[in-house]
Design a protein around this ligand. Structure first.
Ligand code: SF4
Length: 356
């Protein structure tokens, strides 16, 4: 089967359970090697989908351990919510355009607000993670949604991922509607690396830091998503990373290994340089999966650990954390739990002073 599965899955279920074979006809597009192929069309009316089948038991198992408000110990029935599908961009490393096409389809704000209300009323949820590919791309739609969430006074804090081209009015509206953290795809760890990866982002670190500063001035935590593990990296690139990472004014950093997924431009570019085809290793953190002639896998693991430490031990991070705690005192709880989390994963050394 190819395409989006919701409508076709219902048709398959009816065919199997009720024997209504005609249900599948609209989806049949032919045969491949003697097997019938279904091509499910793109779902344009996302409101036609029911809310996810949630239960207290399932929701209770998931916590967001990131630096966020509320911290993990104060979260209750943290939920995952989807408000749109797809992204207007098409980055070479990302599978979004392969899966959804280079466009975004949105749910109605009424349905999203209703889902938030249901989460609060039935499960007492106080934290939600919006897992859209890139939330906030459509300025008008996002402003309207934020206004509706704010007016409904639901009391759920939420986190989402966006990109650095986001409008400041939108960031402000998000903060007023309960957003407590935004993740941004920076991708590279130096201006040169950002430029090579070519996301729809500014490459100037001052411009990037301005966006981060604006968010933190509103009390929002900021997570920067970055990658290492490119075959073009040399010891000089790594040296630059250590220099630049200490200038990033984010509240949290994620350092993934660049991982080319089938269907992406990177897959075509790097598929012949893979060091593994065991898909378990394609989780972006276990190991670099593309061969680098200058840096071994073991060296990469040490580099990644040391980059985390360089970031969290830097004066930039210490100053930013202290400022956040001064301006928004409740955030000290978040920082305390986050420090435990970082210690557990060996991402900070003993020289961390942001909580002194
Ligand atoms: S902006 Fe983000 S979601 Fe969109 S294509 Fe690029 S990486 Fe993927």
């Amino acid at each position: 089967m190819t395409g989006e599965g919701e409508d076709a899955s219902v048709a398959i279920a009816k065919t199997v359970l009720k024997g209504e074979r005609g249900e599948l006809d609209p989806f049949l597009v032919g045969r491949q090697n003697g097997t019938k192929v279904l091509n499910a069309p793109k779902l344009r009316d996302l409101d036609s989908m029911p809310f996810p089948l949630r239960s207290e038991d399932r929701l209770g198992r998931y916590l967001l351990y990131d630096l966020t408000w509320p911290p993990a110990s104060q979260q209750h029935n943290t939920a995952i919510v989807l408000t749109s599908r797809g992204c207007l961009h098409s980055c070479d490393f990302c599978a979004s355009a392969t899966v959804w096409g280079q466009e975004a389809v949105y749910r109605s704000k009424e349905k999203i607000v209703r889902e938030f209300q249901e989460l609060k009323e039935i499960f007492g949820t106080n934290t939600a993670v919006i897992i859209d590919q890139s939330f906030g791309q459509d300025k008008e739609w996002t402003l309207e949604l934020c206004k509706a969430i704010k007016n409904a006074k639901i009391g759920i804090n939420w986190y989402h991922q966006s990109n650095l081209t986001i409008d400041r009015d939108v960031i402000k509206a998000m903060a007023e509607a309960g957003c407590t953290k935004i993740g941004f795809g920076m991708e590279g760890l130096s201006p040169r690396a950002v430029e090579k990866v070519k996301p729809p982002n500014p490459t100037d670190f001052d411009v990037i830091n301005d966006v981060f500063d604006y968010c933190t001035s509103l009390g929002l935590f900021v997570k920067a998503y970055t990658m290492i593990g490119f075959p073009w990296e040399t010891n000089q690139s790594i040296k630059e990373y250590f220099e630049w990472i200490q200038k990033i004014r984010a509240s949290q950093i994620k350092i993934s290994y660049m991982t080319p997924f089938p269907g992406t431009v990177y897959w075509e570019k790097y598929r012949d340089q893979l060091v593994t085809r065991n898909w378990e290793n394609f989780d972006t953190v276990r190991m670099p999966v593309v061969h680098n002639p200058h840096i071994s896998i073991e060296q990469y693991h040490d580099i990644r650990r040391d980059l985390f430490r360089a970031f969290y031990d830097s004066n930039t991070y210490t100053d930013a954390a202290r400022q956040m705690i001064d301006r928004f005192p409740r955030s000290v709880e978040s920082y305390k739990e986050f420090a435990d989390y970082l210690r557990h994963f060996d991402m900070i050394s003993g020289n961390t002073h942001w909580l002194d």
